[in-house]
Write a protein that binds this ligand. Structure first.
Ligand code: GN1
Length: 500
């Protein structure tokens, strides 16, 4: 290990020696930990990172002034739509997706390095359970959807097949996620097919370009954004692992959407049949200020303009049909060919521009007191996973129905939207719809039929295990013509009424 002197000299060279200002008073353990942490920061990279952060932050906030004139919606020929296509076309997409899954060519990759700050929990978001009757967590729902889609593809093609699950974690989420998966026996997936890997962390920087100490013995670090994926793929030889397994197509998604369809055969099939190397699932934006990125074109090149980087005027523009002009809302579900990912990691990654997020970051002041700032004081630099769309040879978007596929968990229940309550409702409303379509009827406590028009809360609670149905299929056998008293759970062992 390098001596304090060496570390100090390196930091002095790049104007960051303040990071050692409490070193002398630390006990040997914390002191060694701090020196090890500082030694791992390459001085020139640290200098560049800090300067870049301060410079980026000094630029006027908001979108570049000419962005609005360079922006266009995606041309219709690049967009496939579930609602605007006939059932035969949808069947063809799905069939192709299942075929690729059965050939073991499809993997899913979860972006799970985030800290869940808005949700207000200290553990990984995937471990959150939104209060479903089954108490299942997001991770469990996802694992079970993988199992089901493997089973469906396998049955169609008379094979056993695997959809490997790659999980990108960060320093914050790796330990607890690995532990949680073990505790739950990988939700009955083969642990060999669940690959956890870690994204990089970057120092958080003050407005004048100094890395922040969050404790006397620790630099404030933050994950490098979900676009840290591309460095992490290279750091951990994930593409080589995919190649060994014969994976050609990767469905990348973020952890917080309770309705996410892992390895969605329709989406995968659509992208494959289009010959796309890169694709994004979108839903129609609900309202101009909705915090979702818009998938569009800038100077004719496909891109996502993030909600934090679009002006309210542009977001509110209307198309001739009265809908939003920029209506393709990004739901963080992306399709990539392995070949494209290889190109990105090998060639394009350094061209991705980091985005600036200004946050309140706890720090130690010059006297060594821990301060929780009331106003933002720290710059986090993050790359965005979708910033690679510009490099695609053929980019396509796939529009799906919000009620069926998008209900993200972003905020605590004190907020109006995207909360545990809205996520739970969205899932239960979907399952209620599926049950009705499959011919179930629900009775109230007095044996009377419940009205069948879902309001905010579905009129009956019916939770369907992903192991029974992935997207509403196969339910008639259990439900056709049967009457149930709410609440009901339908899992592998059949329909189970829950006690009062
Ligand atoms: C960098 C990135 O991927 N941003 C995504 C992602 O944003 P969050 O800041 O994680 O909420 O999820 C949104 C959908 O839930 C999507 O609309 C947005 O574009």
């Amino acid at each position: 290990m390098a001596s304090e002197q060496d570390v100090r000299a390196r930091l002095q060279r790049v104007g960051q020696e303040h990071l050692l200002r409490f070193c002398a008073e630390l006990a040997p353990g914390p002191r060694a930990a701090l020196l090890a942490e500082l030694e791992s920061l390459e001085p020139e990279a640290l200098r560049e990172h800090c300067q870049r952060a301060a410079a980026a932050c000094a630029r006027p906030p908001g979108p570049p002034p000419d962005l609005a004139t360079r922006l266009r919606p995606l041309p219709p020929e690049r967009v496939g739509s579930v609602s605007r296509s006939d059932s035969e076309r949808r069947r063809l997409w799905e069939e192709e997706g299942f075929r690729q899954i059965a050939l073991n060519k499809v993997a899913v990759l979860l972006l799970a390095g985030g800290q869940g700050t808005r949700l207000g929990v200290a553990y990984p978001k995937g471990m959150y359970q939104v209060g479903l009757p089954s108490r299942k967590t997001l991770y469990q729902l996802q694992a079970e959807r993988i199992r089901r889609v493997q089973q469906l593809a396998g049955e169609r093609h008379g094979v056993r097949c695997t959809v490997p699950w790659y999980v990108m974690t960060s320093e914050f989420t790796l330990g607890p996620t690995a532990e949680f998966f073990k505790q739950h026996d990988f939700f009955h997936l083969d642990p060999d097919n669940v690959v956890l890997f870690e994204q990089r962390m970057l120092p958080v920087v003050t407005f004048d370009g100094k890395a922040i100490l969050e404790r006397k013995d620790k630099v404030a670090m933050a994950p490098d954004g979900n676009g840290g994926l591309y460095c992490a793929l290279a750091d951990h030889q994930i593409l080589e692992d995919m190649e060994r397994r014969g994976v050609e197509f990767v469905h990348v998604y973020c952890v917080d959407n309770i309705l996410v369809r892992l390895a969605d055969p329709a989406f995968v099939g659509f992208c494959v049949l289009q010959g796309a190397d890169c694709g994004a699932k979108v839903v129609e934006k609900a309202y101009p200020e909705e915090p979702v990125g818009v998938v569009c074109q800038v100077d004719g090149v496909p891109q996502v303009v993030e909600y934090s980087e679009i002006s309210p005027e542009t977001a509110g523009l209307r198309a001739p049909d009265g809908g939003l002009l920029y209506r393709a809302g990004n739901i963080c579900n992306h399709f990539f060919t392995r070949r494209f990912l290889r190109e990105v990691t090998g060639k394009f990654e350094p061209l991705l521009k980091p985005h600036v997020a200004v946050k309140k970051v706890p720090y130690v002041d010059d006297e060594g007191n821990l301060v929780k700032p009331l106003t933002p004081n720290g710059i986090k630099m993050e790359k965005f996973v979708f910033d690679v769309f510009q490099f695609a040879e053929k980019f396509v978007a796939f529009e799906v129905l919000r009620d069926e596929e998008f209900s993200p968990l972003k905020n605590a229940d004190s907020a109006d939207r995207d909360t545990p309550t809205t996520a739970r409702r969205a899932l239960l409303a979907q399952h209620y719809r599926w049950a009705l379509q499959a011919g179930a009827r629900f009775l109230d406590a007095h044996g009377a039929r419940r009205p069948e028009l879902p309001g905010e809360e579905p009129p009956a609670v019916c939770e369907i295990s992903p192991l029974v149905s992935y997207s509403g299929e196969g339910l008639e056998a259990y439900l056709q013509g049967r009457e149930f008293q709410s609440p009901v759970i339908l899992d592998e062992s059949g329909v189970r009424a829950l006690g009062p």
